[in-house]
Design a protein around this ligand. Structure first.
Ligand code: HMG
Ligand code: MG
Length: 298
């Protein structure tokens, strides 16, 4: 068995950036990430350009990267039927629907309550599965909601179960604000695992409070083997003010390789890609394992 990395930098990483990158830079980023050995790269989002202008051009990007590296998986976010139709037309073979354990966040993010979002997703999931398009489900605010405060495991479990029953093959547990700690993640998984087994779960930990690697280690020890991460630790959510990036893929790769997982990923190439995209965005490059790897090479 191996662990799986879902690189979300080109979507989660760029959706919150003030600077709008052009399509060619985004395509280069995805192709460089594929060249590091990463197999699953979230390529964009078919959402309203008024809601998230940074994700404009996702159709063109998906079409181009599918041609460059057809062996890779390129999931894209889809909030509704309109988004699904556009993603399908661009050749998507995997989509992700997204809701939350908090009504206030879901309302701010996709203008629906949790229940309304599930009703909206059901026909999307059915249409996708009918067309052999895999569907992943995101549940945001698994630990904390920027509007409602800390989350209780019960709120998370219900939504996860509903999304699995609706046909999602995996649920990504989103610690949107990065407020979760190892202690909470352990208690959440203790309650969740008897209902949704570990092989149907992924961790999506934002690193706002510096807890992401510790949360991943806890989830890994409890049997979860899929993790979302973002090159250079880019990211955030426009509807979670103050939330910083996902765990850096460089740090995740370093951790997973110590367990013998994800050996195919080249950490040096990944660090070079992280440094390049940070420079392109005029941000300091801060991924610790990336910096250490580059320093060791020089
Ligand atoms: P709404 O305003 O209720 O939608 O927004 P609507 O159906 O009333 O349509 C309003 C306008 O949007 C119309 O255009 C539609 O055509 C258009 P107008 O007539 O005004 O010109 N529209 C679309 N355009 C393109 N693609 C579409 C689409 N749908 C409608 N799919 C809606 C509801 C869901 C569309 C909107 O709120 C939205 O797009 N939200 C996306 C928010 C988002 O992308 N958030 C970030 C991703 S989630 C995240 O980051 C968390 C995660 O990382 C996990 C974690 O960290 O926790 C996944
Ligand atoms: Mg996120």
């Amino acid at each position: 068995m191996d662990a799986a990395i879902i690189e979300v930098g080109p979507r989660d990483g760029l959706q919150n950036e003030k600077q709008q990158l052009n399509t060619q830079i985004k395509v280069n980023l995805i192709n460089r990430l594929a060249d590091t050995g990463l197999l699953t790269i979230e390529a964009g989002a078919f959402v309203s350009p008024k809601a998230v202008p940074q994700m404009k051009g996702s159709a063109e990007i998906l079409e181009q990267v599918l041609l460059s590296n057809p062996q890779c998986h390129y999931p894209v976010l889809v909030p509704n039927m309109k988004g699904f139709e556009a993603a399908q037309a661009a050749g998507a073979r995997e989509i992700a629907v997204f809701t939350a354990a908090s009504n206030s966040f879901t309302k701010a993010n996709i203008n629906a309550t949790i229940n309304e979002s599930i009703e909206r997703f059901k026909p999307v999931v059915q249409a996708a599965l009918k067309n052999n398009i895999k569907v992943r489900g995101y549940v945001s605010c698994i630990a904390h909601c920027p509007y409602e405060g800390f989350t209780k495991p019960k709120q998370v479990i219900e939504v996860c179960k509903t999304l699995i029953d609706a046909g999602c093959y995996q649920i990504s547990l989103g610690d949107t604000t990065g407020r979760g700690t190892s202690k909470y993640i352990k208690s959440l998984l203790q309650e969740l695992l008897p209902i949704v087994p570990a092989d149907l779960l992924a961790g999506h930990f934002h690193d706002t409070y510096g807890q992401a690697i510790s949360n991943i280690s806890t989830a890994l020890e409890m049997g979860v083997c899929s993790f979302d991460s973002s090159v250079a630790g880019l990211g955030g959510c426009p509807y979670a003010p103050g939330a910083s990036g996902n765990v850096a893929t460089e740090d995740l790769v370093y951790l997973l390789q110590s367990y013998g997982y994800c050996k195919e990923v080249n950490l040096t190439k990944l660090a070079e890609t992280g440094r390049w995209i940070s420079e392109t965005l005029k941000r300091p490059y801060t991924a610790k394992a990336g910096l250490a790897t580059l320093a060791a090479c020089s």
